[in-house]
Design a protein around this ligand. Structure first.
Ligand SMILES: [Zn+2]
Length: 396
């Protein structure tokens, strides 16, 4: 019996995940735990490379005897194997992965969180209590009984907890289209809304400034690797704070506009770096291209998970022709200063406006909203070691 199939379009439920980062003061006894867990992960990676397990459970079987010698709670062994297996399976890795920075990651079965007091196990029947710093932003996540708690990642500077919930994706009443480019995010709506979020232009500037600072620092402290490392890490954190702050404000603006109006969001799918070279005016140097790719990807990622969290549907559309055709269908002629001209309509377009309007008008692919992001918000100090391996930045 399929009699009910003609009822209104089924609403889609997505699992939305958000990681919330808490400040805290790491007690001294954590230092050895960080170090042990890091070693356990590295051991498990080596076991994986030697033993070539087919699954995470295969790796647990292989690595268990060695990891047990650390004397930590079993949760640490399971978690180290999970971390190691995902690193081992990462197709993009170029060399043998090595985790250079201490941290702890534990699944939701192993910790207890009562209000701002976090209890984690150490060895069997022994625990450490950590007091988290919580603001008005954090408390609703902790006190909301409808949110599920996922894994906890602890670094020297922050505790990051993944929260998740099931969200019904709204049936959109209209759409906004985004054109993400190196200067701004340009938004066009089916309600004739037009806006340029300019903060994105600052991100690449900030990144270039910090690249120069870091080059200077490296030159000056060549002799002292320890001090150099600390200084570089400090600048890295500042850079990360400043850049993600800008991107957060842009993506928040976009997603809340969509939510207020019950609109869906359409974006272009990032198709590698070459597209971005084409999108910019000049063919920038390699560094600039890489930074733009990062900014582009980060903007999409944040838009994606913020939308998922609020039930705003977000779609990736086929980007072909978004900045070469007028909405009337004619090919446009490129003028100077990012202007385009449509001979048929006799209209001069701003390149970004045209692109965002075309994205807005794109057909929604298979009418299927995106899955909620797996990662959600990263810690403000980049406390997501796993994602850094993906970028190949950790080295030994
Ligand atoms: Zn036209």
């Amino acid at each position: 019996m399929h009699a009910t199939q003609t009822e209104s379009t089924p609403r889609r439920v997505v699992q939305a995940v958000k990681s919330i980062s808490f400040r805290y003061v790491a007690p001294a006894e954590l230092a050895s735990l960080f170090e042990d867990f890091r070693s356990m992960c590295n051991d498990a990676v080596r076991v994986a490379i030697d033993g070539k397990p087919r699954s995470r459970f295969g790796l647990i079987e292989l690595a268990y005897p060695r990891l047990k010698e650390y004397g930590l709670h079993t949760h640490y062994i399971l978690s180290a194997c999970e971390v190691a297996y995902s690193v081992y399976r990462n197709k993009n890795r170029k060399r043998i992965p090595y985790i250079g920075k201490g941290f702890i990651k534990l699944d939701n079965q192993s910790y207890q969180l009562s209000h701002l007091l976090l209890r984690i196990p150490t060895s069997a029947r022994n625990f450490i209590f950590l007091t988290l710093g919580g603001s008005d932003y954090h408390l609703p996540f902790i006190d909301d009984p409808d949110l599920k708690r996922g894994s906890v990642t602890i670094t020297e500077r922050s505790v990051s907890i993944a929260f998740s919930k099931e969200v019904q994706t709204l049936e959109p009443l209209g759409y906004i289209g985004l054109d993400i480019n190196e200067r701004n995010v340009t938004v066009s709506g089916t309600d004739c809304y037009e806006h340029k979020f300019d903060e994105l232009g600052e991100v690449v500037e900030i990144k270039e400034k910090y690249r120069e600072i870091r080059a200077e620092v490296s030159k000056k402290i060549r002799g002292d690797r320890r001090i150099g490392g600390e200084l570089l890490a400090k600048y890295g954190r500042r850079e990360k704070n400043r850049t993600t702050q800008r991107i957060h404000s842009v993506t928040k603006g976009i997603v809340s506009y969509a939510e207020r109006n019950r609109f869906g969001i359409k974006m272009e799918k990032l198709r590698g770096i070459r597209k971005l070279y084409r999108k910019g005016n000049g063919q920038g140097p390699y560094f600039r291209g890489r930074m733009n790719t990062w900014v582009f990807g980060e903007t999409q990622r944040q838009t994606d998970y913020k939308a998922a969290w609020l039930g705003v549907p977000a779609y990736y559309v086929n980007p072909r022709g978004t900045s070469s055709n007028c909405p009337c269908g004619s090919r446009v002629v490129t003028l100077q200063d990012r202007k385009l001209y449509c001979p048929k309509c006799d209209k001069v377009w701003d390149r970004d406006d045209l692109a965002s309007k075309n994205v807005m008008a794109c057909a929604v692919p298979q009418a299927r909203p995106l899955r909620g992001s797996d990662e959600g918000e990263r810690g403000d100090d980049g406390s997501n070691p796993q994602s850094r391996w993906g970028e190949g930045k950790l080295g030994g």
